[in-house]
Ligand binder design. Structure first.
Ligand code: ZN
Length: 481
């Protein structure tokens, strides 16, 4: 029996505002506990919330980029639950009239055949709400401590339709969403600081079935890899239950990264458990169409459009364009390299294979790269005009990384200029053929691999400086005569 997974994601993203959603307290991270608090975010009697206009603008911006319908009426509701991280014992959220509803996000991923495929994932809604505080349990003997610095920080909860069909699609969705949020400068999306959190709704159904199975919700996944792994585990757990005559129970589960398992947190609560009702302290108001239009006009070029432009203007493959645009800073770096009029394809290859590998190994982000775009372009230009071979360039780049010197300076300093002098190469080739009569004979007898060996020997003889294409040509000529 084959099963089809059905996945929907709920992403909470912290909007990049300086102050909280309903008060003037700072949203700065990492301060002394309870420093960013006031009567409003601590829920003192008589205090009144005032909406942060910037947060609303950012919410509309994200909604517009996700092709959502922007609500005409802005209304907030109280979501009631009693827990020490919530000073008011309710959270101000949006229940039946979210600011954004009914959009979509286009994702791009590799299918099982390794082909790049595109898919539109529906966005059910994206609503504004305030964050809760944080409980600290570790190292405290009697009870727990609470830090309300986060309480009231603006969040946008983005809920997808159950359109995702595999852990890979879920991963691709998160990558695409994060890219859009960063392009919009709606938030930093730093998961370590809790600025982006994800819950996954997972169910399975028999292939061909149109009705959804019973879902489980996995809460508080703190990395995209964790989302992928937790969904995979959950799919297998549910299939196992169904295959063994059990049934899936609707419940909320948590992910244990160390064990690689999800486990029961609580049986699922329903919306009515929260006793939602309109927030009486915030009067509903109309969002004018002019406001929405004004926000729409500020939308920058988004990752999907940028990828399409890279493919069209620079001749990149779908996949290369996709990798470059995922991170805005990386795409910016790439385009700054191209300002030096170098081959777009070669520049893309060098950034994606060599530069990113070096940066990753040293845990440096692209905008802090010691090799600046103009320097990388300088290296690529030297390869393009045959001053150095690609092989030499692979040694030059790490040296640029270490010393901060330009490729040109390093190549001159170390005498790495590629030998295109045919006389020199002919000499070396003659020497190599003489020293390796068996390989020469093998090649003449039709064994093509022997040529590769001989090319390698000539490269060695010239300390890797010979132009490999020329070496190849000269050796063939010499061996065939
Ligand atoms: Zn406050």
């Amino acid at each position: 029996m084959t099963y089809e997974p059905v996945i929907g994601l709920e992403v909470h993203v912290q909007l990049g505002t300086k102050s909280k959603l309903f008060c003037a307290c700072s949203t700065e991270f990492g301060l002394e506990p309870n420093l960013n608090t006031c009567p409003v975010c601590l829920g003192w009697p008589g205090s009144l919330p005032v909406l942060n206009e910037r947060a609303l603008q950012l919410a509309i911006k994200v909604g517009t980029a996700l092709h959502c319908e922007i609500s005409e009426r802005l209304k907030f509701d109280r979501k009631n639950y009693f827990y020490p991280d919530l000073p008011k014992a309710y959270q101000i959220s949006q229940y039946d009239q979210p600011v954004n509803k009914g959009g979509f996000l286009e994702i791009e991923f590799k299918n099982q055949k390794g082909e790049v495929v595109y898919k539109k994932i529906g966005i059910t809604r994206a609503h504004l709400e305030e964050d809760a505080g944080k409980l600290l349990h570790e190292g405290i003997k009697d009870g727990s401590l609470v830090d309300y610095n986060r309480a009231g920080v603006p969040l946008l909860e983005i809920v997808s339709e159950p359109d995702l069909r595999s852990p890979d699609e879920a991963y691709a969705y998160l990558i695409a969403l994060k890219a859009i949020l960063q392009y919009l400068e709606a938030g930093d999306c730093n998961m370590e600081k809790g600025e982006l959190r994800c819950d996954a709704n997972v169910s399975v159904r028999k292939s061909g079935e149109t009705k959804f199975g019973t879902k489980a919700e996995i809460k508080n996944l703190n990395s995209f890899r964790a989302v992928q792994k937790a969904i995979q585990y959950e799919i297998e757990r549910q299939i196992d239950l169904l295959e063994n005559h059990g049934r899936v129970v609707q419940e909320t589960r948590l992910w244990n990264e160390n064990k690689g398992q999800t486990f029961l947190m609580r049986s699922k609560e329903e919306a009515h458990d929260y006793r939602y009702f309109p927030e009486p302290d915030l009067v509903p108001f109309t969002i004018s169409r002019q406001t929405v239009e004004a926000v729409r006009k500020t939308l920058p070029e988004l990752p999907g459009e940028r990828a399409k432009r890279f493919i069209k203007n620079y001749g990149l493959s779908d996949y290369d364009a996709f990798v470059l645009v995922q991170e805005k800073k990386l795409a910016d770096y790439y385009e700054r390299c191209l300002a030096q009029k170098i081959s777009p394809k070669l520049a893309s290859n060098w950034i994606q294979s060599e530069l990113l590998a070096l940066l990753n190994s040293k845990k440096i982000s692209i905008d802090e790269s010691p090799v600046k775009p103009a320097d990388l372009a300088g290296l690529v230009a030297l390869i393009e005009n045959n001053t150095i071979s690609g092989k030499i360039a692979k040694d030059v780049l790490p040296a640029m990384f270490e010393t901060g010197k330009s490729a040109k300076a390093l190549v001159q300093e170390k005498g790495l200029i590629q030998v295109t002098d045919t006389k020199l190469i002919e000499e070396a080739a003659g020497k190599v053929i003489q020293a390796n009569p068996k390989s020469a004979a093998d090649f003449r007898a039709g064994k093509m691999q022997a040529l590769g060996f001989l090319v390698g020997q000539v490269m060695k003889e010239t300390q890797g400086k010979a132009n490999p294409k020329l070496v190849n040509e000269i050796l063939r000529k010499k061996l065939q005569t």
